[in-house]
Design a protein around this ligand. Structure first.
Ligand code: PAF
Length: 279
């Protein structure tokens, strides 16, 4: 497994050994878990080599405490990546990747950025767009893999690629869950024991909401979910929204031609967890 910190070393190696090869790319912020490994395994199936980047991107955090406390486990990440024969790991430093100017570009994602996470995390998607565009310029992947846990991010990256005509295929991969249903996330490691035990309630509620959505109007589903979280002693609901998968606009009326998803953000103590389910 080759590890590069410098952009030019990575590019040199890719152009020497892997020109005309299919490069599968999995961008990450490290603290790798089975969810990341499932993306990497997916990438291995359809590409000649797989590049994984590990970079905790400062511009996508609107909360300095969250950035400071974001888990950084580089040595454990390398070990895990070796176990699945990852080909190349890219671990850039912020000043290099941002050319000494750690600042986001400003993007127009046709309104996708103003929904859900966009309402609560100021500048988050500008930060994500900036880093993903930069990483695509550096790695020049054939295919890039993103998890559906961050479904809004996935749709925004599709929009980024379309609007900026970036020649990469974006593959969305199913949410990888713990046995008890909790969506895998690097943030789960920061949950207290009590909150970790409580957290599967999020997916259980989503599954029940899905059943209710089939029979009831959306208003009733919203009210039911809100009530469930009001009654919960540990978990605090930030939002629950039922939205069109394409536009991410919330809906009040169902249409049979459209695909919908329910999206949720919940605080377990200070840790913010998100999840979603196809309806
Ligand atoms: O999903 C993530 O881990 C990050 O948002 C990403 C795509 C690696 C960009 O920093």
């Amino acid at each position: 497994m080759l590890i590069f910190e410098k952009i030019k070393d990575l590019q040199q190696s890719l152009s020497l050994a892997y020109s005309n090869k299919r490069i599968g790319f999995v961008p990450t912020m490290g603290a790798l878990h089975q969810g990341h490994l499932s993306l990497i395994n997916q990438a291995k199936k359809n590409n000649d080599i797989v590049v994984v980047s590990i970079f905790v991107n400062p511009t996508q955090f609107d909360n300095t405490e969250d950035l400071k406390k974001y888990p950084r486990t580089l040595e454990a990440d390398f070990k895990l990546l070796k176990t699945i024969n990852c080909d190349v790991v890219f671990t850039p430093i912020a000043n290099d990747i941002y050319n000494q100017k750690i600042q986001s570009e400003s993007f127009n994602f046709d309104g996708l950025e103003h929904q859900m996470e966009g309402k609560f995390r100021n500048g988050h998607f500008d930060g994500v767009g900036t880093i993903v565009k930069r990483l695509f310029e550096i790695v020049k992947p054939t295919n890039a893999y993103f998890g559906e846990k961050d479904f809004q991010q996935l749709q925004i990256i599709r929009k980024l690629v379309e609007k900026h005509e970036i020649p990469v295929h974006i593959e969305g991969c199913e949410i990888y869950r713990e046995i008890d249903g909790l969506a895998m996330s690097s943030r789960n490691a920061r949950l207290t024991e009590k909150n970790r035990d409580a957290a599967p309630f999020i997916y259980k509620t989503l599954k029940k909401a899905k059943k209710k959505f089939a029979k009831k109007n959306t208003y009733k589903v919203y009210k039911w979910v809100e009530k469930k979280f009001k009654e919960h002693p540990l978990l605090k609901l930030e939002y629950f929204e039922i939205a069109d998968e394409e536009t991410l606009q919330t809906i009040s009326e169902k249409s049979i031609e459209k695909n919908y998803r329910a999206f949720i953000a919940v605080f377990a103590g200070k840790i913010r967890l998100i999840d979603n389910i196809r309806l």
